[in-house]
Design a binder for this molecule. Structure first.
Ligand code: HEC
Length: 258
Protein backbone atom coordinates (compact mmCIF):
# COMPACT_ATOMS: atom_id res chain seq x y z
CA UNK A 1 0.00 0.00 0.00
CA UNK A 2 1.34 3.40 -0.99
CA UNK A 3 1.78 5.76 1.79
CA UNK A 4 -0.69 8.63 1.76
CA UNK A 5 -2.44 7.51 -1.40
CA UNK A 6 -5.98 8.89 -1.67
CA UNK A 7 -5.43 11.11 1.32
CA UNK A 8 -5.16 14.86 1.46
CA UNK A 9 -2.84 16.35 3.98
CA UNK A 10 -3.98 19.64 5.39
CA UNK A 11 -1.32 21.98 6.50
CA UNK A 12 -0.35 25.56 5.86
CA UNK A 13 -3.35 27.20 4.18
CA UNK A 14 -1.11 29.27 1.91
CA UNK A 15 0.13 26.18 0.16
CA UNK A 16 -2.28 24.59 -2.23
CA UNK A 17 -3.07 21.03 -1.49
CA UNK A 18 -3.19 20.32 -5.24
CA UNK A 19 0.31 21.02 -6.27
CA UNK A 20 0.33 22.62 -9.71
CA UNK A 21 3.53 21.86 -11.45
CA UNK A 22 5.21 24.74 -13.24
CA UNK A 23 7.55 22.39 -15.02
CA UNK A 24 6.42 21.89 -18.62
CA UNK A 25 5.27 18.44 -19.53
CA UNK A 26 7.89 16.09 -20.77
CA UNK A 27 8.36 15.98 -24.54
CA UNK A 28 7.48 12.31 -24.48
CA UNK A 29 3.90 13.40 -23.82
CA UNK A 30 3.72 14.94 -27.32
CA UNK A 31 4.81 12.06 -29.50
CA UNK A 32 5.91 13.21 -32.94
CA UNK A 33 5.50 16.90 -32.16
CA UNK A 34 8.70 17.67 -30.37
CA UNK A 35 12.00 16.12 -29.54
CA UNK A 36 14.73 16.11 -26.97
CA UNK A 37 17.17 18.99 -27.22
CA UNK A 38 19.99 16.72 -26.18
CA UNK A 39 21.08 14.76 -28.08
CA UNK A 40 18.53 14.57 -30.94
CA UNK A 41 18.04 18.23 -31.79
CA UNK A 42 21.62 19.27 -31.15
CA UNK A 43 22.89 16.43 -33.29
CA UNK A 44 20.75 17.54 -36.23
CA UNK A 45 21.89 21.13 -35.81
CA UNK A 46 25.48 20.00 -35.62
CA UNK A 47 25.13 17.88 -38.74
CA UNK A 48 23.60 20.71 -40.74
CA UNK A 49 26.31 23.06 -39.41
CA UNK A 50 29.11 20.69 -40.43
CA UNK A 51 27.74 20.33 -43.94
CA UNK A 52 27.70 24.10 -44.38
CA UNK A 53 31.14 24.50 -42.82
CA UNK A 54 32.63 21.89 -45.14
CA UNK A 55 30.87 23.55 -48.09
CA UNK A 56 32.23 26.97 -47.21
CA UNK A 57 35.73 25.58 -46.69
CA UNK A 58 35.65 23.98 -50.15
CA UNK A 59 34.33 27.20 -51.66
CA UNK A 60 37.05 29.36 -50.09
CA UNK A 61 39.73 26.91 -51.24
CA UNK A 62 38.37 26.70 -54.78
CA UNK A 63 37.60 30.38 -55.14
CA UNK A 64 39.62 32.55 -52.72
CA UNK A 65 38.03 35.88 -51.98
CA UNK A 66 39.54 38.49 -54.29
CA UNK A 67 41.77 41.10 -52.75
CA UNK A 68 41.99 44.64 -53.97
CA UNK A 69 45.12 46.68 -54.33
CA UNK A 70 46.61 48.84 -51.61
CA UNK A 71 44.42 51.69 -50.44
CA UNK A 72 45.43 54.78 -52.37
CA UNK A 73 44.37 58.08 -50.77
CA UNK A 74 45.30 59.98 -53.94
CA UNK A 75 42.79 58.08 -56.05
CA UNK A 76 39.74 60.33 -55.92
CA UNK A 77 37.90 58.19 -58.44
CA UNK A 78 37.84 55.08 -56.26
CA UNK A 79 34.35 54.24 -55.06
CA UNK A 80 34.54 52.17 -51.89
CA UNK A 81 31.92 49.44 -51.60
CA UNK A 82 31.08 47.32 -48.58
CA UNK A 83 31.47 43.57 -48.77
CA UNK A 84 28.66 41.74 -50.57
CA UNK A 85 26.79 40.79 -47.42
CA UNK A 86 26.37 44.46 -46.52
CA UNK A 87 25.53 45.69 -50.02
CA UNK A 88 21.81 45.64 -49.25
CA UNK A 89 22.23 48.08 -46.36
CA UNK A 90 24.38 50.26 -48.59
CA UNK A 91 21.76 50.18 -51.35
CA UNK A 92 19.08 51.21 -48.87
CA UNK A 93 20.91 54.52 -48.38
CA UNK A 94 20.40 55.39 -52.04
CA UNK A 95 16.64 55.72 -51.69
CA UNK A 96 15.20 59.15 -51.00
CA UNK A 97 13.21 57.99 -47.99
CA UNK A 98 16.39 56.69 -46.34
CA UNK A 99 18.91 59.39 -47.17
CA UNK A 100 19.48 63.12 -46.84
CA UNK A 101 17.14 64.50 -44.20
CA UNK A 102 15.75 60.99 -43.62
CA UNK A 103 19.15 59.38 -43.15
CA UNK A 104 18.16 58.27 -39.65
CA UNK A 105 15.59 55.99 -41.27
CA UNK A 106 18.27 54.47 -43.46
CA UNK A 107 20.90 53.93 -40.83
CA UNK A 108 18.95 53.26 -37.64
CA UNK A 109 15.20 52.98 -37.89
CA UNK A 110 14.69 50.59 -40.82
CA UNK A 111 17.61 48.26 -40.00
CA UNK A 112 16.71 48.53 -36.31
CA UNK A 113 13.11 47.48 -36.99
CA UNK A 114 14.26 44.61 -39.19
CA UNK A 115 16.82 43.24 -36.76
CA UNK A 116 14.59 44.01 -33.79
CA UNK A 117 11.82 42.06 -35.55
CA UNK A 118 14.21 39.15 -35.83
CA UNK A 119 14.79 39.24 -32.08
CA UNK A 120 11.10 39.62 -31.34
CA UNK A 121 9.94 36.98 -33.84
CA UNK A 122 9.31 34.31 -31.18
CA UNK A 123 7.08 36.74 -29.27
CA UNK A 124 5.22 38.19 -32.24
CA UNK A 125 3.92 34.86 -33.44
CA UNK A 126 3.26 32.42 -30.65
CA UNK A 127 0.97 30.04 -32.51
CA UNK A 128 1.67 26.41 -31.71
CA UNK A 129 1.50 25.26 -35.33
CA UNK A 130 4.71 24.45 -37.14
CA UNK A 131 3.44 24.56 -40.71
CA UNK A 132 4.12 27.73 -42.70
CA UNK A 133 0.41 28.50 -43.26
CA UNK A 134 -0.20 28.30 -39.51
CA UNK A 135 2.46 30.97 -38.86
CA UNK A 136 1.44 33.84 -41.15
CA UNK A 137 3.23 36.55 -39.15
CA UNK A 138 6.55 34.77 -38.82
CA UNK A 139 6.51 33.50 -42.39
CA UNK A 140 5.43 36.88 -43.73
CA UNK A 141 8.23 38.66 -41.88
CA UNK A 142 10.78 36.15 -43.08
CA UNK A 143 9.66 36.39 -46.71
CA UNK A 144 9.67 40.18 -46.55
CA UNK A 145 13.19 40.24 -45.07
CA UNK A 146 14.46 37.68 -47.54
CA UNK A 147 13.02 39.28 -50.65
CA UNK A 148 14.08 42.79 -49.68
CA UNK A 149 17.62 41.67 -48.83
CA UNK A 150 17.99 39.78 -52.09
CA UNK A 151 16.43 42.56 -54.13
CA UNK A 152 18.57 45.30 -52.56
CA UNK A 153 21.74 43.25 -52.97
CA UNK A 154 20.87 42.59 -56.60
CA UNK A 155 20.10 46.26 -57.28
CA UNK A 156 23.38 47.30 -55.71
CA UNK A 157 25.53 44.73 -57.48
CA UNK A 158 23.89 45.02 -60.89
CA UNK A 159 25.14 48.57 -61.40
CA UNK A 160 28.81 47.73 -60.87
CA UNK A 161 31.18 46.42 -63.51
CA UNK A 162 32.93 43.94 -61.22
CA UNK A 163 35.40 42.71 -63.80
CA UNK A 164 36.56 46.22 -64.57
CA UNK A 165 36.65 47.07 -60.88
CA UNK A 166 38.78 44.05 -60.07
CA UNK A 167 41.04 44.85 -63.01
CA UNK A 168 41.56 48.44 -61.85
CA UNK A 169 42.24 47.45 -58.23
CA UNK A 170 44.42 44.42 -58.62
CA UNK A 171 46.95 43.90 -55.85
CA UNK A 172 50.45 44.34 -57.22
CA UNK A 173 53.17 42.12 -55.91
CA UNK A 174 56.18 44.24 -54.88
CA UNK A 175 58.39 42.40 -57.37
CA UNK A 176 56.03 43.33 -60.18
CA UNK A 177 55.82 46.96 -59.27
CA UNK A 178 57.30 49.33 -61.80
CA UNK A 179 60.53 50.87 -60.66
CA UNK A 180 59.49 54.45 -60.10
CA UNK A 181 61.86 57.16 -58.98
CA UNK A 182 59.56 59.23 -56.86
CA UNK A 183 62.21 61.86 -56.18
CA UNK A 184 62.65 62.71 -59.86
CA UNK A 185 61.38 65.95 -61.37
CA UNK A 186 59.36 63.90 -63.82
CA UNK A 187 57.45 62.23 -61.00
CA UNK A 188 56.71 65.60 -59.40
CA UNK A 189 55.16 66.78 -62.68
CA UNK A 190 53.21 63.54 -62.99
CA UNK A 191 52.00 63.95 -59.41
CA UNK A 192 50.67 67.43 -60.10
CA UNK A 193 48.98 66.70 -63.41
CA UNK A 194 48.18 63.06 -63.88
CA UNK A 195 48.27 61.16 -60.60
CA UNK A 196 44.67 61.84 -59.63
CA UNK A 197 43.53 59.59 -62.47
CA UNK A 198 46.49 57.37 -63.23
CA UNK A 199 47.45 56.49 -59.65
CA UNK A 200 50.35 57.00 -57.34
CA UNK A 201 52.40 54.21 -58.92
CA UNK A 202 51.05 54.77 -62.45
CA UNK A 203 48.98 51.67 -61.74
CA UNK A 204 45.76 53.32 -62.84
CA UNK A 205 42.55 53.83 -60.91
CA UNK A 206 38.84 54.03 -61.44
CA UNK A 207 39.28 57.25 -63.47
CA UNK A 208 42.17 56.20 -65.69
CA UNK A 209 44.09 53.19 -67.00
CA UNK A 210 47.58 52.22 -65.86
CA UNK A 211 50.45 54.02 -67.55
CA UNK A 212 52.73 51.06 -67.05
CA UNK A 213 53.14 48.59 -69.85
CA UNK A 214 52.02 51.08 -72.48
CA UNK A 215 53.63 51.43 -75.86
CA UNK A 216 53.69 55.11 -76.80
CA UNK A 217 56.48 57.32 -78.05
CA UNK A 218 57.43 60.43 -76.11
CA UNK A 219 55.70 62.51 -78.80
CA UNK A 220 52.49 60.54 -78.37
CA UNK A 221 52.57 60.90 -74.60
CA UNK A 222 53.07 64.64 -74.92
CA UNK A 223 50.22 64.82 -77.37
CA UNK A 224 47.92 62.82 -75.05
CA UNK A 225 48.87 64.99 -72.07
CA UNK A 226 47.83 68.09 -74.01
CA UNK A 227 45.01 66.90 -76.21
CA UNK A 228 43.64 63.93 -74.30
CA UNK A 229 42.70 60.61 -75.83
CA UNK A 230 39.43 58.71 -75.90
CA UNK A 231 37.71 59.40 -72.61
CA UNK A 232 40.70 61.29 -71.20
CA UNK A 233 39.89 65.00 -71.35
CA UNK A 234 42.37 67.39 -73.03
CA UNK A 235 44.52 69.98 -71.26
CA UNK A 236 45.49 67.77 -68.34
CA UNK A 237 49.00 69.13 -68.45
CA UNK A 238 49.89 72.61 -67.33
CA UNK A 239 53.50 73.75 -67.28
CA UNK A 240 56.40 74.62 -69.53
CA UNK A 241 57.48 72.70 -72.65
CA UNK A 242 60.54 71.64 -70.74
CA UNK A 243 58.41 70.09 -68.01
CA UNK A 244 56.31 68.35 -70.64
CA UNK A 245 59.49 66.79 -72.04
CA UNK A 246 60.49 65.68 -68.54
CA UNK A 247 57.07 64.19 -67.95
CA UNK A 248 57.12 62.20 -71.19
CA UNK A 249 60.64 61.05 -70.49
CA UNK A 250 59.63 59.97 -67.01
CA UNK A 251 56.68 57.90 -68.26
CA UNK A 252 58.91 56.39 -70.94
CA UNK A 253 61.54 55.51 -68.35
CA UNK A 254 59.02 53.70 -66.16
CA UNK A 255 57.98 51.64 -69.14
CA UNK A 256 61.53 50.85 -70.20
CA UNK A 257 62.26 49.32 -66.82
CA UNK A 258 59.73 46.60 -67.35
C1 HEC B 1 40.79 63.23 -65.56
C2 HEC B 1 41.54 62.01 -65.45
C3 HEC B 1 42.87 61.95 -66.19
C4 HEC B 1 43.95 62.75 -65.99
C5 HEC B 1 44.13 63.91 -65.01
C6 HEC B 1 44.97 62.26 -66.89
N1 HEC B 1 44.49 61.21 -67.60
FE1 HEC B 1 45.50 60.12 -68.97
N2 HEC B 1 43.88 58.97 -69.32
C7 HEC B 1 42.67 59.12 -68.68
C8 HEC B 1 41.74 58.16 -69.24
C9 HEC B 1 40.30 57.96 -68.81
C10 HEC B 1 42.44 57.47 -70.24
C11 HEC B 1 41.90 56.35 -71.15
C12 HEC B 1 41.46 57.00 -72.44
C13 HEC B 1 40.83 55.99 -73.36
O1 HEC B 1 41.54 55.07 -73.78
O2 HEC B 1 39.65 56.16 -73.63
C14 HEC B 1 43.80 58.00 -70.26
C15 HEC B 1 44.79 57.55 -71.09
C16 HEC B 1 46.07 58.01 -71.10
C17 HEC B 1 47.14 57.50 -71.91
C18 HEC B 1 47.05 56.35 -72.90
C19 HEC B 1 47.21 55.06 -72.13
C20 HEC B 1 47.19 53.84 -73.01
O3 HEC B 1 47.02 52.74 -72.44
O4 HEC B 1 47.30 53.95 -74.23
C21 HEC B 1 48.25 58.22 -71.61
C22 HEC B 1 49.65 58.03 -72.21
C23 HEC B 1 47.87 59.18 -70.62
N3 HEC B 1 46.56 59.03 -70.33
C24 HEC B 1 48.74 60.11 -70.10
C25 HEC B 1 48.38 61.08 -69.20
C26 HEC B 1 49.28 62.08 -68.70
C27 HEC B 1 50.72 62.22 -69.13
C28 HEC B 1 48.57 62.83 -67.83
C29 HEC B 1 49.06 64.05 -67.05
C30 HEC B 1 49.46 65.17 -67.87
C31 HEC B 1 47.23 62.31 -67.77
N4 HEC B 1 47.15 61.23 -68.61
C32 HEC B 1 46.23 62.81 -66.96
C33 HEC B 1 42.35 59.99 -67.67
C34 HEC B 1 43.20 60.98 -67.20
Amino acid sequence: MHKGKGMKFVGDSRISAERISNVPKDYSEYPGRTEAFWPNFLLKEWLAGSVFLAGFLCLTLAHPSPLEGMADPTDAGYIPLPDWYFLFLYELLKYDFASGPYILFGIIIIPGLAFGGLLLAPFLDKGPGRRPHQRPVAVGMMLLALTSTIWLTYESAAGVDWEQRAEANKPVHPSEQADIDKDSDGYAIFENNCMSCHGEDLQGGAAGPPLTGIDHSAEEIKDIAQNGIGSMPPDQFSGSDEELDQLAEFIMSVNEDE
